[in-house]
Design a protein around this ligand. Sequence first.
Ligand code: PGA
Length: 254
Amino acid sequence: MGRGIAAGNWKMHGSRAFISQYVRSMEGQIGGIGHPVVLFPPAGYLSYLTEALAAAGLSARVQVGAQNLHPEVQGAFTGEMSGEMLKDLGAGWVLAGHSERRQLAGETNELVAEKVAAAARAGLKPVLCVGETDAEREAGRAEAVVLGQLDCVLDRCGPEVLAAGAIAYEPVWAIGTGKTATPELAEEMHRLIRGALARRSKPLAEKQPILYGGSVKSGNAKALFACQNIDGGLVGGASLEAGEFMEIARALDE
Ligand code: PGA
C-alpha cells in the first residue's frame, strides 16, 4: 500500500442519526477504495461511529480518529480528553494543531508538540496540521511559518512519530473558504515539507503521508492528488456528505 489516505474532519457536525445514515451510504460506495479512509467525528460520537462501522462490517476499511487531545493522561482538566480516553472510545488516530485549535484555542507550536508526543504515548496515530494564514503568506513568511510548526514537533518527538501518522498541510486561507490552493502552490509546500523531513531521515521522508487540506472537493481532488508529493486529503466540509467524500477518496486511486 502507498502513502494515500483520505481523512474526513467533521469538525462540530453530526448526530447519531447522521452517523447511521452516513455509514449506510458508505456501505454501498466504499468498494474498490484501496487505501485507508479515516473519519474524525466530534469526540463524544467516537464509540457510536466505531460501533456503527463494526455493525456494517466496515471496521477494516474505515478507521476513526479524534479532533484534539489533552497532553496529560488524566487530572483536573475540565472539559478535556486524553489520548488514552480517546483510544478507549475507539480512536486510532488524532488530529494535532488544526488551525481552528491554533486560532480559537490559542494552541502554540510547543503545545501541539506536546500533544503529538501524548498521541504517541497513547498509541494513536497523529495527524499534525500545519499551515500559514493569509497575512503570513502576503508577508512572504508562508514557508518559514510552516517549517517552524513542523520543526517544533520534530525536535520534540522525532520523525518516527509522524511517520506512523500523517502531516496535513492546510493553508488557513483555504479552509472552509472555497478557495483551494492551486495544485502547484500546494505541491511546492509539500515538497518543502518532505525535504525538511529528509534532512532528519530520508527513508522516513519517503514513506511519510503528507495530506493537503483546504476546500478539497470531488471537483478539485484529482488534480491535487496527481501531484507527486500530495498523498491524500484532510477534508472538512465536503466530508459531511458520504457520497462526495467517497468520490474524493476514489480520486486517490486514479
Ligand atoms: P475544509 O476544511 O475542507 O472545509 O476547507 C478542511 C479542514 O479544516 O480540515
